[in-house]
Design a protein around this ligand. Structure first.
Ligand code: ATP
Ligand code: MG
Length: 279
């Protein structure tokens, strides 16, 4: 990261620092993703190795058949994990394109499955049929990962997490809702949660996640760059719901092609307490 350079105006300096900030968040999100994927992959490999050993040890057909089935299932799972990572690597430019959001959400959940099990979080998927979204898959995945990890961290003793996909026909938008039944956010803190560096976490948790305070500010920048909206409803002790609205392919935002590459820039303060919205 560069420091203050001699002949930059304060305005240019701010723009420069904002870019650096966005880049830093991207790198930390990528780091989290790599470590999650590696863990997942390791898990699958252990399954394959153990069932291969079992099949070699036991010569009876029933055990061998079962071993092969387990190995096949684990192999398929590994292939799905690789595919989802390759999918992410494809569109790094920041451009928006028609995308199957349900698939993206499923892929992301697959990566977090082990982590959610570990923290005893039951994910309840409520997916309605939706048309294709017009989005940047990497960026939406970054948003989703942060919201899911925030939700998980809000329920340290485990709990239920509802993930919804809804089609808002009137606005030609897709609503993605992440609802947890965790600690909630006090009304006086709600306006601050989208501020860069605002965090109530002491630092990364046992899984190495959270604590920079950049997650939600990046989420809002990404949603803004899609001409979408983000809102939060929260009650202390009851839980929190984040709703992200993203354009479908039929939205006017999708007709304006080609979409400009996005540089995520931290936005100023959020709205009034109770409901904070992006853009
Ligand atoms: N689902 C949630 N339930 C309760 N509080 C939340 C939730 N999501 C966000 N918060 C609050 O908002 C703060 C900011 O969230 P944000 O994701 O921006 O940063 P963070 O999670 O602390 O760190 P990171 O940058 O690593 O994501 C959190 O520290 C937490 O206090
Ligand atoms: Mg976060």
């Amino acid at each position: 990261m560069g420091g203050t350079e001699g002949n930059r105006s304060p305005h240019e300096e701010i723009a420069f620092l904002k870019q650096q900030l966005a880049q830093a968040q991207k790198m930390s999100a990528l780091g989290e993703l790599v470590s999650t994927t590696t863990h997942e992959f390791n898990n699958v490999l252990m399954t394959i190795i153990n069932y291969a050993k079992m099949g070699l040890r036991h010569k009876d057909n029933a055990t061998r058949e079962k071993s092969f089935e387990k190995i096949l299932a684990a192999g398929n799972r590994a292939a799905r994990i690789t595919n989802s990572v390759l999918g992410m690597a494809r569109n790094r430019a920041g451009s928006q394109e028609p995308l199957n959001l349900t698939q993206l959400v499923e892929d992301t959940l697959l990566l977090l499955e082990r982590e959610m099990n570990k923290y005893r979080i039951a994910v309840d998927k409520q997916f309605q049929p939706i048309p294709e979204a017009f989005v940047n898959g990497n960026q939406v995945q970054q948003v989703l990962l942060n919201l899911l990890i925030n939700a998980r961290q809000a329920m340290p003793g485990g709990g239920r997490l509802i993930l919804k996909l809804l089609y808002d026909r009137e606005e030609e938008m897709i609503d993605l809702v992440v609802r947890d039944f965790g600690c909630g956010i006090p009304a006086d803190k709600l306006p601050r949660i989208f501020e860069p560096y605002y965090t109530t976490k002491a630092g990364p948790d046992a899984s190495g996640k959270g604590g920079t305070g950049l997650g939600l500010s990046t989420c809002r920048d990404i949603v803004d760059s899609h001409r979408g909206r983000i809102r939060v409803d929260s009650t202390v002790g009851k839980g929190t719901a984040f709703t992200i609205k993203l354009p479908t392919v039929k939205h006017p935002a999708a007709q304006r092609a080609p979409a400009a590459p996005v540089v995520a820039v931290p936005a100023p303060l959020a709205g009034p307490p109770g409901i904070a919205t992006g853009s």
